[in-house]
Design a protein around this ligand. Structure first.
Ligand code: G4P
Length: 286
């Protein structure tokens, strides 16, 4: 989808829209990218969602490191959230979301039934920063292919409820919040995975960040994709980038090698990866 440029006016409007939508729902699906679960959240959501039940949806699990995805799901569960890892492009596991929602809302459903409502409806919405897959999750849950027209701050239209199951319905447009850039590391993670527009970052910096991450955590992927040797892995990331630039045929165009690395990683050509671990601080990550 098209990337959104965030300006203060946009942010205020987006916040207001999300706030209005949240009022209408019983439950929130907070969609994050499983490769960057914390970096792809917006802390403002905690305040906006307040006490409403929430399901952390770690999307794009097909691209993420399975062991770390399991660790993140556990981490969010330990924090008292319901959490599920999915791949929105494959609908099967997605159907656990309505079941999870029914479980979370059990008390409210029972109260409504006691008041004579035969099949109480759970109303929910997807919220998250751009590009985490909110629209894909939404469309797959309701088994429809809805244009992403509402996916722009400032676009208003009549809202509709779409049915995902007999007792679970979703607001037809996701809530969008802007990414947070609390540190350079967070910015790098979001840039590397494509959550923020390519135009706003320097490719060589982001490529170097990605290369350093893969050298530290996924060296086998570099060996396989670019024939990197054990000796190469002892080099400083900058020196390896220079070496790879030459060996991949880009002469001295480091930015092109950086671009290639970013592209390959996003396409899954470097295998599954996750850029952050539960409980890790930015200082640890550096
Ligand atoms: P958004 O509403 O949060 O902004 O995200 P959207 O659903 O538009 O998804 C952003 C991109 O991520 C899309 O790719 C989409 O296909 C992809 N995507 C969504 N969920 C998953 C997932 O679970 N796994 C993988 N691998 N990709 C996912 P795109 O290239 O921007 O668009 P398109 O080529 O699919 O049209």
């Amino acid at each position: 989808m098209a990337q959104i440029q965030w300006f203060p006016g946009h942010m205020a409007k987006a916040r207001k829209q999300v706030q209005e939508k949240i009022k209408q729902v019983d439950l929130v699906l907070e969609v994050v990218d499983a490769r960057t679960p914390e970096s792809s959240r917006n802390p403002m959501l905690d305040e906006l969602v307040a006490d409403k039940p929430r399901i952390m949806v770690l999307n794009k699990q097909d691209l993420a490191d399975p062991a770390l995805t399991a660790a993140w799901v556990q981490y969010y569960q330990d924090q008292g959230f319901a959490a599920i890892a999915i791949d929105a492009q494959h609908a099967k596991r997605l159907q656990q979301i309505p079941q999870l929602a029914t479980k979370l809302m059990a008390e409210k459903i029972a109260r409504k039934k006691a008041r004579g409502i035969r099949n109480p409806m759970i109303k929910a919405m997807c919220i998250g920063i751009p590009n985490v897959g909110k629209s894909t999750v939404l469309n797959r849950l309701v088994r429809r292919n809805i244009a992403v027209t509402g996916n722009k701050p400032g676009v208003t239209k009549n809202q509709q409820w779409l049915k995902a199951s007999d007792n679970f319905q979703l607001l037809d447009t996701p809530g969008i919040l802007w990414p947070k850039f609390a540190s350079q590391t967070i910015g790098m993670r979001l840039a590397f995975t494509g959550a923020i527009a390519d135009a706003v970052f320097q490719e060589d910096m982001v490529g170097l960040y990605g290369l350093a991450s893969f050298m530290a955590h996924y060296p086998a992927a570099l060996k396989k994709a670019y024939h990197v040797t054990d000796d190469d892995l002892n080099e400083a990331p900058h020196d390896l980038l220079v070496k790879l630039t030459k060996s991949q045929g880009f002469a001295e165009a480091y930015d092109r090698m950086a671009e290639r690395l970013i592209f390959d990683a996003r396409q899954g050509k470097l295998g599954r990866f996750t850029l952050e671990k539960p409980g890790e601080t930015d200082a640890d990550a550096e």
